[in-house]
Unconditional design. Structure first.
Length: 312
């Protein structure tokens, strides 16, 4: 009976164990048989520890090397299919070379390599811009030029209407006019007095609808033009969707009447500067900034401060 039981399993070959195990484990490194407690190479102090793992790594390396040198049967991952819609031939393999068409920038098999064989004239070249996009870009350029022309004409009219007004000649008269502006102006009380710049603000009636057509306000002279625009639109109760996306036709811009130009959003009001990074108009002076008592106008749909006709 004991012999029949022993025939079912095997004794652990670890020197100090020799336990009968009905489900023995075989060590692939030393080829010995062990019980559950001594099945690992560390537990039975395997004399060839690591041999099985090293052999597996060697087999895996040789297998990957052989697969890299011999392409084998092409698949969707290892080969390219002919670009002709009706062709199922795999190209760029040992048996089927691929031929590139320089007109439509596609790869074809030998059967469809010629232009007339793959209807090249009807295809849009890969990487080329469709005609509709090119047409749209040309239209955008014309729109930008037209908007810029309208802006220049409007600016000249506005300057003609504002600048001829008699300016206070003496410093005391100018100071009196500024004091009157300060008395009627509104703004954030948290802005220190020495940091304030006082401006006349208008909303151009033809492009911008607002509850109040004009007003007098003070702002922080360290603010950017974009922040001043937000505050001015809020003060005049003009709709401002600049931060909600949309095209240029809906965006508000700030026009400086005395300077005769649109202000960039990143500029700081109250800072005199020399122009750089843009084309100057012949009648425009360098070093012109926004000062106390100046007038700024909110315009809608006039495009960026300087239209980039190269990138549109």
């Amino acid at each position: 009976m004991d012999k029949e039981v022993e025939a079912i399993g095997a004794h652990c070959q670890y020197t100090y164990c020799n336990q009968l195990d009905f489900l023995p484990f075989r060590c692939e490194s030393c080829k010995g048989t062990y019980c559950l407690d001594h099945r690992t190479e560390t537990a039975h102090k395997c004399p060839h520890a690591g041999a099985w793992a090293a052999a597996r790594r060697k087999d895996a390396a040789s297998s990957s090397a052989s697969s890299a040198t011999s392409p084998g049967k092409p698949t969707l991952l290892t080969a390219t299919q002919c670009s002709h819609p009706a062709c199922k031939t795999y190209i760029n393999t040992l048996t089927n070379v691929g031929v590139g068409c320089t007109v439509c920038n596609r790869q074809y098999c030998l059967k469809h390599r010629l232009r007339e064989d793959h209807s090249c004239a009807k295809l849009t070249p890969i990487g080329a811009r469709p005609a509709s996009i090119l047409t749209s870009q040309a239209q955008n350029v014309e729109k930008a030029r037209a908007a810029f022309s309208r802006l220049r004409a409007w600016g000249k009219e506005k300057q003609t209407a504002v600048l001829p007004k008699p300016k206070p000649s003496s410093s005391s008269s100018r100071l009196l006019a500024l004091n009157q502006l300060k008395k009627s102006a509104k703004g954030d009380e948290k802005i220190p007095t020495e940091q304030r710049i006082y401006l006349h603000v208008e909303a151009e009636a033809a492009t911008t609808t607002s509850a109040f057509p004009r007003g007098q306000f003070w702002y922080n002279k360290e603010w950017s033009v974009g922040r001043v625009l937000d505050a001015a639109a809020k003060g005049l109760q003009a709709q401002n969707v600049n931060n909600h996306g949309g095209g240029e036709e809906e965006k508000l811009r700030v026009f400086h009447v005395e300077g005769g130009r649109l202000l960039e959003f990143g500029e700081k009001v109250g800072v005199f500067h020399v122009e750089g990074g843009r084309l100057l108009e012949f009648g425009e002076k360098v070093g012109v900034g926004v000062g106390n008592g100046d007038t700024v106008v909110l315009l809608r749909g006039v495009g960026p401060a300087v239209p980039d006709l190269i990138r549109v």
